[in-house]
Design a protein around this ligand. Structure first.
Ligand code: PGA
Length: 248
């Protein structure tokens, strides 16, 4: 049984007093789901200090380097030493605005794995690629380019987030069928590249305009193991409602 995950991605939102209020409002986090909050790095220590019960803390990026003269970067070793549990890697906004390639993203995933930080690896096609019916080809290539150097054992530690770019922040969600189809396809790729055990154990989250209204339907799909949630994770009540959907 794969435990479902409700992961929030705050992106570059929230001021510090809002962070405090949010955690104060996060009452009754249901532990039938794994709950993760991906926060701007400046708030990681704050969140760790607030020790929200039942919530794992994630960074939104990590360096490809171990340490050294890389101004502005944060290493996976630093995250682990602080007690940060996970990192969102290769989000489409980093691919777009920071020109991250799958090769680079693969190095970041490896940094996470070497330092016991759970990598949440993001992939997904653009609108033009979906319209050309290339979504499977694109996502397979992303996953294999970034992750194929990993051993089966390492791969079971990775969380994949399938996030069609056309659904991110647009209010347009993939239908349950579209999400299920792509998640089943990704699982098939995992089986082909690694083995059936890897395919069955890796959690694959859906991301892209998940909200309290559509979470139940999406998370009920057999191959959808929860969600990576942007906009709707910014309000504690909405996120708690999504956590309840993941805990069902
Ligand atoms: P959204 O963002 O839920 O606001 O669409 C999801 C994401 O980018 O992870």
């Amino acid at each position: 049984m794969r435990k479902k995950i409700a992961a929030g991605n705050w992106k570059m939102n929230m001021l510090v007093h809002e962070v405090d209020q949010y955690i104060h409002d996060m009452t009754n986090v249901n532990d039938n789901a794994e709950v993760i909050i991906g926060a701007p790095s400046i708030y990681l220590q704050r969140l760790l200090d607030l020790k929200p019960k039942g919530i794992k803390i994630a960074a939104q990026d990590v360096s490809i380097h171990d340490k050294g003269a890389y101004t502005g970067e944060i290493s996976a070793a630093m995250l682990h030493a602080m007690g940060v549990d996970a990192a969102i890697i290769g989000h489409s906004e980093r691919r777009l605005y920071h020109h991250e390639t799958d090769e680079l993203i693969g190095l970041k995933v490896q940094q996470c794995l070497s330092n016991r930080v759970i990598p949440i690896y993001c992939c997904g096609e653009t609108l033009a690629q979906r319209q050309a019916n290339d979504q499977e080809k694109v996502v397979e290539e992303q996953v294999l380019t970034a992750l194929s150097a990993l051993t089966a054992e390492q791969m079971t530690e990775v969380v994949i987030a399938y996030e069609p770019v056309w659904a991110i922040g647009t209010g347009v969600t993939a239908s349950n069928d579209q999400a299920e189809e792509m998640h089943a396809f990704i699982r098939k790729c995992l089986e082909k590249q690694w083995n059936a055990e890897v395919a069955q154990s890796v959690r694959i989250l859906y991301g892209g305009s998940v909200n309290p209204q559509n979470a139940d339907g999406l998370f009920a799909c057999p191959n959808v193991d929860g969600g990576l949630v942007g906009g709707a994770s910014l309000k504690a009540n909405d996120f708690m409602s999504i956590i309840i959907s993941a805990a069902k």
